[in-house]
Write a protein that binds this ligand. Sequence first.
Ligand SMILES: [Zn+2]
Length: 405
Amino acid sequence: MTRVLRTTAMVTVFVLIALLLPVGAFAKTLEEWMAGYDTGAIWFGEDFHYDITDEEACWELLMKPITVLDVGQREVVSPRTGPGNDYPKVNTDKLGGTINGSSAAVHVLGDDEDGWTKIEGLDYYNRVIRGYVRTNLLKTVTPREDYGIIIDKLTQQLYVFKEGKLWSSCAVSTGLPNDSQPYNETAAGEYLMCSRMGDFDSEGMICAMALRFNGGDAIHQVPYTFLADGTKRFSTWESKLGQRASHGCVRVARIANEDGLNMEWLWENIKVNTKVVVWDDYGRRQPYPEDSLELYYNPNRGSYYHGDAYCKSVKSRYTPLTGFPYSELDTGDYADLKRCTTCAPVLRKAEIDELNRMRGLEPLVDDGVTAPTGEEGAPPSSLDTSLVHKSDEGDVIIVITPAGE
Ligand SMILES: [Zn+2]
């Protein structure tokens, strides 16, 4: 009798513990979402050189025709495990397993089989999805020949090529995924600029001059919010330029660089059918800045470090600012300086180490040798789910709304 009671009590306790555990304890991690899939890191091939200074190779890539799936630019295709509608979809994760229509490149992997062809393409998680689509959806498109755009997730820069030459570049923020939103990644690959969306509101953040290139993902100006007096506040997100921060879109500077490049320039000059290439960063190391790199601060109680002696955030009576080398950034009073939210200078070494860890690379120790490696990190894995609505999951195509930010 006692034993029965005690057993009942223990079962009750176990049930209570199980009920108290948060649902999140059973959710997948980013690593688990990516498990078993190749990622955008392999899209351009193993021997690919991510060399932005090789203008000839970059231009060749930017001019090369791509094969896309010829459905509407707001429609997606779910590849199937075999040649026919009777086969299941390769993947049905939330916002996953699909390839965006009309602008996202696919690789053709085989010949026609009864009206179906095996292809590979990238989903919002930056996973390579291999499967079968209807052959009549395959369409080859030649990009425009005036401009081409390369976005490098490693450097968080957008590079504009003009008529075969690298014209200019500026800092961006690409997607920052997490365990609950693995689809926030900006997928690597090849795309065509497909529509001019203009401004949109993402949960109170205004994303101006959006140019759509991959389903819900667009290139747009760094978001702003309105303050109570009606002025625009950019600083929250502007300070993140040069780092991952978005839900998958590519945020671009509003302040023009010396060449005049900013989002407004892109909006006025980049037309539909311009090729947009996104380079993955997984397995690629972000180097530390040179120790001698000059940084700046305001010795008169300034609390930020800057990359520009005449940073626009500082009153002109304090400029030019006082210089110090990058090697001293983590020493003395410099260690307390915050990164300027306007001129977005280089990151501290510890921050670069953390980013490299996300790319599966251990930090470099002092002698320049890689520290012992632990378990390989998961590839960091675009899009705000609240902004995406599926209207029909029945067959191959579902329809999504305009961009998630
Ligand atoms: Zn500054």
